[in-house]
Design a protein around this ligand. Sequence first.
Ligand SMILES: [Zn+2]
Length: 125
Amino acid sequence: MLEDVPRDPFADDPNDPSSAMGELDDAEPLTAAERDEAITDLADVEVFRSLLEPQGVLGLVLDCPECGEQHYFDWELLRGNLRQMIENGRPQVHEPAFHPDPADYVSWEYARGYVDGVIDTEERH
Ligand SMILES: [Zn+2]
């Protein structure tokens, strides 16, 4: 009976032209406020990475605005996404790390708290 179902001609094609067109349509320029926010986020990510990567933290776990689930992003992916947003105005690439170990990732709030704690400690010395 499966033979009676008409096959999607692009079902096995990773370069499905219809999905590629959809991605291009989603690209919108950032507002000035969004761009400022992305630049601030990029600076935060660099600080988080410099302090947390030596502790064995591989990246951040973030709530995804698109699907409402949590995704794991390594440092390079975070930086690449933000740079792409700033330069091209593209929405964040929906491409979380593959098979992440949740123990290797921390939330943005944790990273922020950790950095603030380190700065406090350094200022007291
Ligand atoms: Zn998602």
